[in-house]
Design a protein around this ligand. Structure first.
Ligand SMILES: Cc1ncc(COP(=O)(O)O)c(C=O)c1O
Length: 479
């Protein structure tokens, strides 16, 4: 049904339709996704659902109306401050997610620079290539120029390249703990030393790592320094809706000094609706996400998070050891924790392996430069790890067989396609991508994507890929 019903429909019928539509989705509690979902256990999920439901209509925009929300937000921020060693003079807020936290860190840095260096324009941020695209997005919205710097051979930020990219317009340096694509922790102490020497702000993106690295450290893993214990780190983002196992819509942005936090606020006194003040980007804010985050932190406590980190780490080690027994596969770079990527030696095509795993109902993100499959391992994956390893071995064996049968023909075909892509008009390539994206538009998660990813990775210009994906988004969104 596409139209707005003239009259309302019975709740029972709507729920049935929802269940039917949802039956084609990946199961978010089944731990068969290796990104997007951070599942802990049925107990955590049930508590979060109950608490979320109790706050379904409240609005965290105005702390005066709902003091219970203000209290929970303060307590969550305090817990995270303690965990990441933010000094008492520091402060933070909850936000709707990593992207918003990063946006606010960049806004605070921009407005801080505008106040302290008012003569400068066209302000710049220096970030390693592995930094999350949320930085590019924020810089785009805020009118900042983001300068990407190369990585070293292990996939970590190259600090001398960062130093070379600094100009008098630079306001902020960025490091990840860890980066999403390969799970590598940047050399935070060295970047912090550079920031201090140059008098710059330094943001650590611990969106994915901030709620697992401290617990891995407690079980004795050699976690490189990344939090406020490192002098020179001035702000840090950490998502609760990732390794905090809380419902989507919960992240924290922290600042070493509250004076810096003030630059993320927005206050407007001229509106006839009254004085409008908002501490973050959003106006209306989900109370459910704040309350459920508070509840999950209370429920698991420190020991619960240590146990969850241990389970995710043991599962990661199990997968690494299985990969080291498969000649065609390897783990990319030097991941510090439970986020990593699998690459393949030619002629095995890692995207085809992704498709073979999708056939077995595993969902893995495809990455590029180099081509790889992404895994973010959570506590929930402990239940399914042996099945995954069995399927991974089977999928590789299947690919070996296929390669044995048609290696020559396929290699010739691919060479021809690559040569063609380098010279074909972009219009042709785009219409081909439209065709591929239409074929991927069923109600089910796509299973066969190797051709699409292979083609995109072969396109000569990054701009062409971006245009292709814009077309894809436009068509996929439909209405
Ligand atoms: C390192 C890192 N930073 C930022 C983000 C953006 O977070 P969100 O998707 O919650 O906006 C992610 C998301 O995966 C991430 O892994």
């Amino acid at each position: 049904m596409n139209s707005f019903p003239a009259q309302g429909r019975p709740a029972e019928e709507i729920l049935q339709q929802i269940d039917h539509m949802k039956s084609h989705d990946m199961d978010s509690t089944g731990s068969r996704l290796w990104s997007l979902v951070y599942y802990h256990s049925p107990e955590v999920l049930q508590l979060a659902q109950e608490v979320y439901a109790r706050y379904i209509s409240e609005n965290a925009l105005n702390p005066l109306a709902f003091p219970s929300l203000r209290r929970m937000e303060n307590e969550v921020v305090s817990i995270v401050k303690g965990l990441l060693h933010c000094p008492p003079a520091g402060g933070g807020t909850m936000t709707s997610g990593g992207t918003e936290s990063i946006f606010l860190a960049l806004k605070a840095a921009r407005d801080y620079a505008r106040m302290h260096k008012p003569h400068l324009s066209h302000l710049e941020v220096v970030a390693p290539l592995s930094a999350h695209p949320a930085f590019d997005k924020a810089a785009h919205y805020l009118g900042l120029r983001l300068i990407h710097t190369p990585l070293d051979s292990d996939g970590a930020a190259d600090v001398s390249a960062m130093e070379a990219a600094i100009s008098e317009r630079t306001v902020l340096l960025v490091g990840s703990a860890p980066s999403y694509p390969h799970g590598v922790v940047d050399p935070i102490p060295q970047i912090a030393e550079l920031a201090q020497r140059k008098g710059l702000l330094f943001h650590v993106d611990a969106c994915v790592g901030g709620f697992i690295l401290p617990f891995l450290e407690r079980i004795g893993l050699p976690i490189p320094p990344f939090d406020f214990r490192v002098e020179g780190v001035t702000s840090l983002s950490v998502d609760l809706h990732k390794y905090g196992y809380t419902p989507k819509g919960a992240s924290v942005i922290l600042y070493r000094e509250r004076a810096l936090r003030r630059h993320q606020f927005f206050v407007y006194g001229g509106w006839n609706g009254g004085i409008y003040a908002s501490s973050s980007f959003s106006g209306t804010r989900s109370a459910g996400a704040i309350a459920a985050a508070w509840a999950v932190l209370q429920y698991l406590g420190e020991t619960g998070f240590v146990a969850a980190a241990q389970a995710a780490w043991e599962t990661t080690r199990r997968i690494h050891s299985a990969i080291s027994d498969i000649a065609e596969l390897y783990v990319i770079g030097r991941p510090a924790a439970t986020v990593f990527a699998i690459g393949a030696h030619p002629p095995l095509d890692i995207y085809a392996l992704g498709d073979a795993l999708a056939k077995r109902r595993w969902f893995l993100d495809r990455q590029q430069r180099p081509a790889s499959l992404h895994l973010t391992v959570t506590a929930g994956h402990a239940r399914v790890v042996e099945e995954f390893i069995r399927d991974l071995r089977e999928a590789v064996a299947e690919e070996r067989l296929r390669l044995g049968r048609g290696a020559w023909r396929r290699r010739m075909g691919r060479t021809a396609v690559r040569a063609g892509l380098a010279v074909l008009p972009e219009r042709w390539v785009r219409s081909m991508a439209r065709w591929i994206s239409r074929t991927a538009q069923t109600d089910r998660p796509p299973r066969r994507t190797a051709a699409l990813y292979g083609m995109m990775a072969s396109l000569p210009q990054q701009g062409s890929v971006e245009k292709l994906v814009e077309d894809f988004l436009d068509q996929a969104l439909g209405a």
